[in-house]
Each structure stands twice: as structure tokens, then as C-alpha cells.
Design a protein. Structure first.
Length: 302
């Protein structure tokens, strides 16, 4: 059996700059949450309170994501042979759940406010929301360049981008209220906020749940991986293949490789390793067999 553990270079992330991005994003959004909550309570605005609650959940998400990245750097040991890299996947799942809870709370309060719309000052709401647009857009920009390299970073980017759009909605609501006195727009915006959060969270929930269950990452087509391995010179067949995520940035594979000629094993091993890197698989455990050989292990479900 051969064990290959190679990094996938195209998925490399500048950890130092990402660390700064998370810290800046946490500080800015925490300060804005405090201001928005205070303004929401003062003016009795559901749009501001719901947006502040969503922003607070995003701050928690950023903190958890930062913690997960730091845990992922902890060295492997005898008890945790992959270290704590899986924590990045668990955090992305937890973040999705937190956002779903926030959606439920916003919907309940919005429905209540629809029947009892409160009188709120539109001008003040518009000013606070305007600040939110700037902060959320800037925070999203911090994660833009790394958003396709990691599920947690993508989640942070999507949340901040959605927040910026939501703040635009609250800004519009404030302007409408100040010009028309149509106060029911406040809870309506609250419901729109909930829908935006739900839509932006769904893919994150789906992908993180898939990785938690050791499913094949959505970025990898297992059929194409099998076809690519079978196309390599010296390979007769491949079976008992398993692909899963070690973390939100690292993927692993195990497979049985049937060789045409046993003396080609070293060459085939290196060819497979390099081909798998093209699929974002940097950790491969390969068991080689010769034609006519039967696997000793029984894989009933493979």
C-alpha cells in the first residue's frame, strides 16, 4: 500500500492576510451591531433590529471561522491523526444553523409587527443602514479573493455581501418611510431580510452537511476522477474508491488500483498523484493489485 500526502497548491491561502481580514471584519461588524441594536431599540425599528441580529450572527460566524482556521494549524497527534482540520467543516455547518435560527426569529417578529406596525423615523433608519452598506461591502471585499478556496471564507463572503444588500433594503425602507409615512414597510423589509438570509445560507448548509457526512465535495466529480485514473498508462482498473474532505481546503482519496504490470507501480503511483492534484485531492492512499488478484477485504456497499 502506498500513502501519498501532497498539498494542492492551487488552493493555497495566505493565512496571515486572511487572519487580518477576519479580525478587521469582526471589529468593524461588532461596532456596527452595537450601534444598530441601540438605534433599533431607540426608534423601535424591526428592520434595524432584525438586520442587527443577522449582523451579530455573522460576527459569531467570523469568530468561529477564525477559531477553526487556528485549530486547523494544530499538529496531528496519536489521538487526532489529522489534527483538528475537521473543525473547519463543523464550524461551517454551525454557522449555517445559526443563520437559520436567526431567520426563524426575524420571521416571527415580522409577522407580529405586520399586524401592529410601529411608528419609526425613516431618516434615522436610512442613515444607520447607509453606514451598514459601507461596512458590509468593505468586509465582503476583504474575503473576495479567497472565497473560492475555502468553504468558510466563501460563507463569510456570501454573508457579508448579502448583508450589504439587506442594508440597502433597510436604507430604501427608511427613505420610503420618511417620504410617505408608510410604516408597514418596516416589517416587510424584515421578511425580505429573512428570505435573503435563507437563500444565501442554503448552499452553505448543503455543502457543509455533505462534508460533515464525508460526502464527495461538490467541487469534485467522482466519475471523472475514476475516468482520469483509468486513463493513466499502466492502470487496468480502479475500484473501492472513496473521496472525502479532511477540512474545507483539503481533500483525501483511497482507492484500489489494478496494474497491468506490477513493475510499473512506482511510475503509476506518481502519475496518479499528480493527476489527482488537478482535482483538488492532495492526500491519496493507494493499494495496488495485479490482474486477476481478488481483494482480501469485502466492501459490500462499494
Amino acid at each position: 500500500m502506498s500513502h501519498e500526502h501532497q498539498p494542492h497548491h492551487s488552493h493555497s491561502i495566505n493565512a496571515e492576510s486572511l487572519n487580518k481580514a477576519f479580525i478587521i471584519g469582526i471589529v468593524l461588524n461588532l461596532a456596527f451591531v452595537a450601534v444598530e441594536f441601540a438605534a433599533g431599540f431607540w426608534f423601535d425599528s424591526l428592520a434595524l433590529l432584525s438586520d442587527a441580529g443577522h449582523n451579530l450572527s455573522d460576527v459569531v460566524s467570523l469568530v468561529l471561522a477564525l477559531l477553526a482556521f487556528r485549530l486547523a494549524k494544530v499538529r496531528a497527534n496519536a489521538r487526532y491523526t489529522y489534527g483538528y482540520k475537521k473543525s473547519t467543516i463543523l464550524v461551517s455547518l454551525l454557522n449555517a444553523v445559526i443563520l437559520l435560527v436567526a431567520v426563524g426569529a426575524i420571521v416571527i417578529e415580522s409577522i407580529h409587527k405586520l399586524s401592529n406596525p410601529a411608528v419609526v423615523p425613516g431618516g434615522a433608519i436610512a442613515w444607520v443602514a447607509g453606514v451598514g452598506v459601507v461596512i458590509n461591502a468593505f468586509t465582503a471585499f476583504l474575503f473576495m479573493k479567497d472565497k473560492e478556496k475555502d468553504l468558510n471564507v466563501k460563507g463569510a463572503y456570501l454573508h457579508m455581501a448579502a448583508d450589504a444588500l439587506v442594508s440597502v433594503g433597510v436604507l430604501v425602507a427608511g427613505i420610503v418611510i420618511s417620504r410617505t409615512g408608510w410604516y408597514i414597510i418596516d416589517p416587510i423589509i424584515g421578511l425580505i431580510v429573512a428570505v435573503v438570509i435563507l437563500i444565501s445560507t442554503w448552499n452553505l448548509l448543503h455543502d457543509s452537511l455533505r462534508l460533515t457526512l464525508d460526502g464527495v465535495p461538490s467541487s469534485i466529480d467522482s466519475k471523472k476522477v475514476v475516468e482520469a485514473i483509468r486513463a493513466i498508462r499502466g492502470v487496468d482498473d480502479v475500484h473501492h474508491i472513496h473521496i472525502w474532505a479532511i477540512s474545507t481546503t483539503e481533500n483525501a482519496l483511497t482507492a484500489h488500483i489494478v496494474l497491468k504490470e506490477p513493475e510499473d507501480m512506482q511510475e503509476v503511483k506518481h502519475l496518479i498523484r499528480h493527476r489527482l492534484e488537478d482535482f483538488g485531492i492532495g492526500h491519496a492512499t493507494l493499494e495496488f493489485e495485479i490482474l486477476g488478484e481478488h481483494c482480501e477485504a469485502v466492501f459490500a456497499d462499494d
